[in-house]
Design a protein around this ligand. Structure first.
Ligand SMILES: C[S@@+](CC[C@H](N)C(=O)[O-])C[C@H]1O[C@@H](n2cnc3c(N)ncnc32)[C@H](O)[C@@H]1O
Length: 177
């Protein structure tokens, strides 16, 4: 069964949700918009790389679609381990907190993964999202989803235009090479 945002509200008490703020970043215009609604439309399998782990919510959801999720961040948010344990997905996630994109790139090369899909949700600037894209394209990945491609991040919208991507639901930038 696929994990959705709703499952977090069922597995954590209201107090825990308020204290950990694990769902605080998931609302769009004040309403939760499940990333599943978009992911369900794609044909997904194999290995996923996520750039931008934060508190581990999207990584948890991505485990429903892939054998393994490798997720990378430059800042530690310890609550994510509690989230993954509670949601019973610890064994499907490999998580790295590294000081910079350069270190992430080196680690990705060391891991020698065959990457089927990348979820790009790090810093939402033209330069950062573009660099994350190039870093993974260089490793042979051909399918990319960029989160938060909307007017809040107009340069992500420009990046999609330049890269020939398509924006769905005013939220997801999608590129298939
Ligand atoms: C929007 S949050 C990610 C939310 C998460 N994907 C989710 O939906 O649950 C952005 C995260 O990207 C991280 N970040 C910023 N720059 C980064 C970089 N160069 N590489 C990896 N992560 C980065 C931040 O530390 C932050 O945790």
């Amino acid at each position: 069964m696929k994990i959705t945002y709703k499952d977090f509200t069922e597995n954590f008490t209201d107090q825990e949700l308020a204290e950990t703020k694990i769902l605080a970043h998931t609302s769009v215009n004040g309403r939760s918009k499940d990333i599943n609604l978009f992911l369900d439309k794609l044909d997904l399998a194999g290995t996923c790389v996520e750039i931008g782990t934060y508190r581990g919510v999207s990584a948890t959801i991505l485990t429903s679609y892939f054998d393994k999720v490798y997720t990378f961040d430059i800042a530690e948010q310890k609550v994510k381990y509690k989230v993954w344990e509670r949601m019973d997905v610890l064994d499907k996630i490999e998580s790295y907190v590294l000081p910079s994109r350069g270190h992430i790139r080196t680690k990705l090369h060391e891991l020698k993964l065959k990457i089927n899909f990348v979820f790009i949700d790090g810093r939402h600037t033209f330069w950062d999202a573009g660099s994350d894209y190039l870093m993974c394209a260089e490793l042979g990945c051909q399918v990319f989803v960029f989160h938060d491609c909307n007017k809040k991040h107009p340069l992500l919208v420009s990046l999609m235009k330049i890269l020939g991507g398509t924006i769905y639901e005013n939220l997801f930038g999608y590129i298939k090479l």
